[in-house]
Design a protein around this ligand. Structure first.
Ligand SMILES: [Ca+2]
Length: 350
């Protein structure tokens, strides 16, 4: 094979993932009152907290209704996640329904891999004098609630998953058809090029529960829109100076809360990344405002490695050309408008 044919082959391969869709994603539907309906499945988590504040900002502005925040193990254990979600809502002084979900991945117990990036408690081990009122948490399991709420609001709900996909996969296994009734579905998780952040080859959310990620990607009847690790560390980077001296100078209650829980994490950003990266915030921004935030997206056929010694949890994209039976099952968000993301973050902390 000469150089020219090699280049042609590489180019064709690169285009093979992108030929189905290269346009901004359409805005979510709004009801007669112009309110979009959200379910947020999260493992809060410092970036989940900021993402939740962004969604609640849309609630206080009357632009969104959060039908449920469903909690899953991940950045920390389930009990901490529930408390962290309640603390975040208290910081915004907005209460929405909260549900407990899976305390373990589908297979095997909850295991902490490496030092906890978000602190032992998931919110940077910041000290709080009060404990949220846990009696407000619903007795219904998160997975049941996800399927029920989507069925109660057909074609209206945007599901945003910013943690391991355990709750979502359980919901799919119990009620596969509910995913057909989603308006849209966003996932922060997975990677494109075998570069990981929890292992060499895997992104944290997928590595935490690879079986759940596989079920979700291959069995959801609404293709999820993927906010990958690759996207976040290449296009959602802000300087630490911006984080500390622009966002960090906001004086609202939610801004003081975020500064407090992120204090330790910022030191980790300085040490490991050199910049401030957003992850879950990108998924929520894209879901709330896809017309502005998402500037390029492409359909792809994705799976998840379950067995690899080094690659368990890695997202796999089928890119061979001669795969006529390939079924695209995800939409990869390729490019975002960083300014739109920045403005949404800054607005949420006003
Ligand atoms: Ca998360």
């Amino acid at each position: 094979m000469n150089i020219s044919s090699v280049l042609t082959s590489v180019l064709k391969r690169a285009l093979s993932r992108t030929k189905w869709c290269r346009r901004p994603l359409p805005p979510p539907p709004r009801d007669a009152q112009n309110v979009m309906k959200l379910i947020i499945d999260c493992d809060a988590g410092v970036d989940d907290a900021m993402a939740l504040i962004m969604a609640l900002d849309y609630v206080r502005k009357g632009k969104a209704q959060v039908l449920a925040v469903t909690c899953v193990q991940g950045n920390t254990g389930l009990d901490n996640v529930v408390v962290n979600v309640l603390r975040t809502m208290n910081a915004m002084d907005i209460q929405v329904p909260v549900y407990r979900g899976a305390k373990d991945p589908l297979i095997g117990p909850y295991i902490r891999h490496g030092p906890p990036f978000h602190g032992e408690d998931g919110l940077g081990d910041a000290h709080f004098d009060t404990t949220p009122d846990l009696s407000v948490v619903s007795s219904e399991h998160a997975s049941l609630a996800i399927a029920r709420l989507v069925r109660d609001n057909p074609d209206e709900v945007t599901l945003i998953a910013t943690g391991p996909l355990t709750n979502v996969a359980l919901a799919i296994k119990m009620d596969p058809d509910f995913t057909k009734l989603l308006h849209s579905f966003y996932i922060m998780g997975g990677n494109l090029n075998g570069r990981g952040n929890i292992t060499t080859c895997a992104e944290f959310n997928f590595h935490n529960d690879p079986e759940a990620a596989l079920v979700t990607l291959t069995e959801s009847l609404t293709p999820p829109r993927m906010i990958t690790f690759d996207l976040c560390i290449s296009q959602a980077l802000f300087s630490l100076d911006w984080r500390k001296n622009k966002l960090g100078q906001k004086a609202t209650r939610q801004a003081r809360f975020q500064n407090k829980i992120e204090d330790t994490l910022l030191k980790a950003f300085e040490k490991y990344y050199g910049d401030y990266s957003m992850w879950d915030q990108v998924a929520v921004a894209a879901a709330l405002n896809p017309g502005q935030v998402v500037t390029e997206a492409s359909s792809a056929c994705a799976s998840v490695e379950l067995a690899g010694q080094h690659t368990r949890g890695q997202m796999i994209i089928e890119s061979r050309l001669r795969q006529d039976d390939r079924k695209n099952n995800v939409v990869i968000v390729d490019k975002i408008d960083k300014t739109a993301l920045e403005n949404m973050v800054l607005d949420a902390f006003d």
